[in-house]
Design a protein around this ligand. Sequence first.
Ligand code: SF4
Length: 325
Amino acid sequence: MNQFSYYRASTVKAAIDAASRSGNTRFIAGGTNLLDLMKSGVLTAETLVDINKLPLREIRQEQNRLHIGALVLNSSLAEDDIVKKQYPLLSEALLAGASPQLRNMATVGGNLLQRTRCTYFYDTTMPCNKRTPGSGCGAMDGINRMHAIFGVSDQCIAVHPSDMCVALAALDANILVAGPKGQRTIAMKDFHRLPGNTPQLDNTLGKTELITAVEIPAANFTNWHYLKVRDRASYAFALVSVAVALQVENNRIKDARIALGGVASKPWRLLQTEQLLKGQTPTADNFRKAAEKSIEGAVTRTYNAFKPAMVVNSIQTALLKSVAI
Ligand code: SF4
């Protein structure tokens, strides 16, 4: 690990000012991903700005939305009474992620910013365009079983590892950020990037901007399910995950949201599939037809060619479980 200076901020402004003073500053909260990256030499920092003292740990219901401070722990959010009652999809997704120990340290803001778990990204002896732009991609012709099938480029096929973010995408969350120029809101769909020619950029956050909160609009979903397909029952990243939220009235689907994890460098919303479901009756046949549409445009590599079929089956299963057919 390289040497770095450490600064503990007590206000959001002080944190941003400290970040603006150094060219290579990183904010640290739970540190569950950042410290691993620094210890293995994947990332370096001149300064770590500790944001744990900032007043960003509140979960509160506001008119038409739920406000979640960026420092709320994943475990606290998963067990929050309002979340369990009104946004159970989010609670299910959080509990599917990591381990209890990690959830007790990891924050909402850190979860959004966690890096891919592509093994070539973590192995500094291997080429990786995300770690070292222009060096190549070890995964492209390597062991790419966990890798992306949507939104890929010839530079990178990594996936975003979060479960929470998949639920937030389905729930149309917004990310509140603060920076030197003030505050702004980034829609969840615009927060994470596809790799394109700049796979080193995971998201649209400015270098000295700080996530302060996540907000989820109120919704009237009647049915939901988070399905995670993985190699073992806990502490494993998704091969494919599906977040489903439906509003069913009089046996018709009035509203539908579906997002996938484990298939792209960002949570992958299925807007076309959602449209196909609207107005339909919630039957296994209708779910299957919609699920089959969802893999159009998929691009597979040697070891992840099973994923499109897994996506179809997983979507249908998640939809069926959401309505308990
Ligand atoms: Fe790096 Fe992306 Fe290739 Fe993985 S898939 S080795 S993160 S460039």
